[in-house]
Design a binder for this molecule. Structure first.
Ligand SMILES: [Zn+2]
Length: 586
């Protein structure tokens, strides 16, 4: 992010004639057409982190979030299609004019999908100035650039035409290959592999942008502006005539048959086509940094075309890296009730806010990664805690230190942290074994370190809640731990003298070792004692290791009827000394 911020500042100086402008503007643009998932979150958090880095340097900077809520409702989502065909009638209307899904407390389709992201932003310290495209267009804020685009439609058409055929795209691609476009990964558009290009085309098709009329389907020649029909509210309209002197525009609606002549000096119920709308807004908002997904940077796509269109509006295309896809790990096993693509709020159910920031902040934007919802989540917390210890004792590398700072704070605030960050996997194991009985879980967690007991459960939050939601909501039943209710008499009856001896040594030591540390020493020590080795001695001996593994497996089988489980000291604490004695038959 340091280098990306450097790049944004250099560009800001260039467009401002050599000195930094009074305000550096970084932008995000998001369409609230459906759930805004963890991949879309990168569109938001990348400019946030860059703007934040610039602010930390004491340079005035603003992060704007343009809501593309004046976009058309493109299609009925799969879960509604065929179930409720009445949604078909909204296709072609602005997202702000479509009602929300059934049961939603929000005013519109757009508001319904904006709300969870706004919550996630508040939780993760992301501050923006929101701009609603519906409000902007309807208020006439873009009147001048709309008239300009219409006046310059021949020039716009000429630019777009260069990209319309595949041959032209290929020619432009050859010409720009190897020429840096600025930004890490910014030049990637020119060097996409065939596979990436196919994925990009697929993604753009998915977002609808590739299919959107670029203005060339009009009956009055190329026209970059599309009115929504006054009668039916959709954009199934065709401009049939335009008078450059009076600004009178006539359109036909192919959906309801309405024909109307409006005056573009006063009419506000329409918008520029997407490929023209985006560069217009760069100019209107003076955007200097805006990243985009691979879908917008493929040859002939909006970011590429925008380079040539922005100057028509008197601006330069902002710099911004292409950000890579974000995948999801561990969802295959997720409980079916969660269904669908996870959104940032789903991640915040199981991740502390700084951890969620960290998984984005520690990667370069052009690196793809997976957000973990499966067992990998425990390793993620281990890594996070290890980094925290390095930061605390001053041994963290500078890059890691910067990522930690960006994760735990912003230029203006420190994010809430868990005061007593016990290992996530330990808390999860305790919750697993106690079946979600929180009082019991807290008692056991207090036993982990008797010299430093847990004073208040508040000290364990939010991590305790994250671990609880993860264990109870995301870990599949077959991976949960079920402690036996009665001793396994058959197994106990088959043990040899050496095995029985090991269990006796363990049980006899329980009371004196009743803490996480103590029990760790005890369980590793029992096989040592049996072999005549000092339990405190550090020994590397393959035979001893094998004996320890066999001993652990025996204890697991007797306690939970499996060969493995939560770490043994944690499991013993969670099961409780009395029940351990009963199940081990000693
Ligand atoms: Zn109509």
């Amino acid at each position: 992010m340091t280098r990306t911020a450097d790049l944004a500042l250099r560009h800001a100086e260039t467009v401002n004639g050599g000195t930094l402008p009074g305000l550096v503007t970084c932008a995000s643009g998001i369409s609230p057409s459906g759930p805004i998932h963890l991949g879309n979150f990168r569109e938001l958090i990348t400019p946030h982190l860059v703007a934040d880095e610039i602010k930390r340097r004491g340079i005035p900077c603003e992060h704007i979030l343009s809501w593309d809520d004046f976009d058309r409702f493109r299609r009925v989502p799969k879960n509604l299609a065929g179930v409720d065909d009445s949604w078909e009638r909204y296709i072609g209307m602005p997202l702000t004019s479509v009602p929300p899904p059934a049961g939603s407390p929000h005013a519109s389709w757009a508001d319904h999908f904006k709300a969870p992201l706004l919550e996630a932003m508040a939780a993760t310290g992301i501050e923006v100035r929101e701009i609603s495209q519906t409000e902007q267009y309807r208020a006439g804020a873009y009147r001048e650039p709309v008239l300009l685009a219409v006046r310059e439609r021949t020039a716009i058409d000429k630019v777009l035409d260069q990209y319309r055929t595949l041959e032209a795209v290929e020619a432009a691609r050859q010409k720009t290959t190897g020429k840096g476009k600025g930004g890490k990964g910014g030049g990637k558009a020119a060097t996409l592999t065939e596979e990436q290009a196919a994925a990009a085309t697929e993604a753009e098709r998915g977002s609808g942008a590739a299919l959107e009329d670029d203005g060339s389907e009009g009956k009055a020649g190329y026209f970059p502006y599309k009115p929504f029909c006054t009668v039916c509210g959709t954009d199934f309209t065709t401009v049939t005539a335009y008078d450059d002197d009076s600004h009178e525009l006539t359109y036909d609606c192919t959906k309801c048959g309405h024909t109307e002549t409006v005056d573009l000096d006063t009419f506000t119920n329409g918008k520029l086509v997407w490929k023209v709308d985006w560069p217009m807004r760069w100019a209107h908002e003076h955007v200097m940094f805006e990243p985009s997904g691979v879908d917008h940077q493929s040859p002939g796509s909006s970011f590429v075309v925008g380079k040539d269109l922005a100057p028509i509006f008197g601006w330069e295309r902002p710099v911004g890296p292409m950000y890579a896809f974000v995948g999801i790990a561990g969802m295959a096993k997720m409980s079916s009730s969660k269904g669908g693509v996870p959104i940032p709020n789903d991640a915040l159910e199981v991740m502390e806010a700084p951890v969620l920031r960290w998984i984005y902040a520690r990667r370069r934007p052009n690196q793809s990664f997976d957000v973990a919802f499966g067992p990998e989540l425990q390793r993620l917390y281990d890594e996070w805690d290890a980094l925290g210890r390095k930061v605390a004792d001053g041994t963290a590398q500078s890059g890691d230190l910067a990522a930690h700072l960006r994760a735990t704070s912003t230029a203006t605030a420190t994010l809430p942290a868990t005061p007593r960050p016990m290992p996530f996997r330990t808390i999860a194991s305790v919750i697993d074994v106690t079946q979600g009985d929180e009082d019991q879980a807290v008692r056991i967690l207090s036993d982990l370190d008797p010299d430093n007991p847990v004073e208040s459960t508040d000290d364990l939050r939010p991590r305790l809640d994250c671990a609880e939601r993860w264990m109870l909501g995301y870990v599949p039943a077959e991976d949960r731990t079920v402690v036996r209710t009665a001793p396994d008499t058959e197994l106990l009856g088959s043990l040899d003298e050496q095995q029985r001896d090991s269990l006796r040594l363990l049980v006899d030591g329980l009371d004196d070792h009743w803490s996480l540390d103590g029990l760790t020493h005890l369980v590793y020590g029992v096989p040592k004692i049996q072999r005549g080795i000092d339990p405190e001695a550090k020994v590397k001996d393959p035979e001893l290791s094998a004996a320890q593994r066999a001993f652990f497996a025996l204890v697991y089988r007797l306690l939970v009827s499996k060969d493995t489980g939560p770490r043994l000291p944690t499991l013993l604490l969670a099961v409780g000394a009395d029940r351990v004695r009963t199940l081990l038959g000693v």
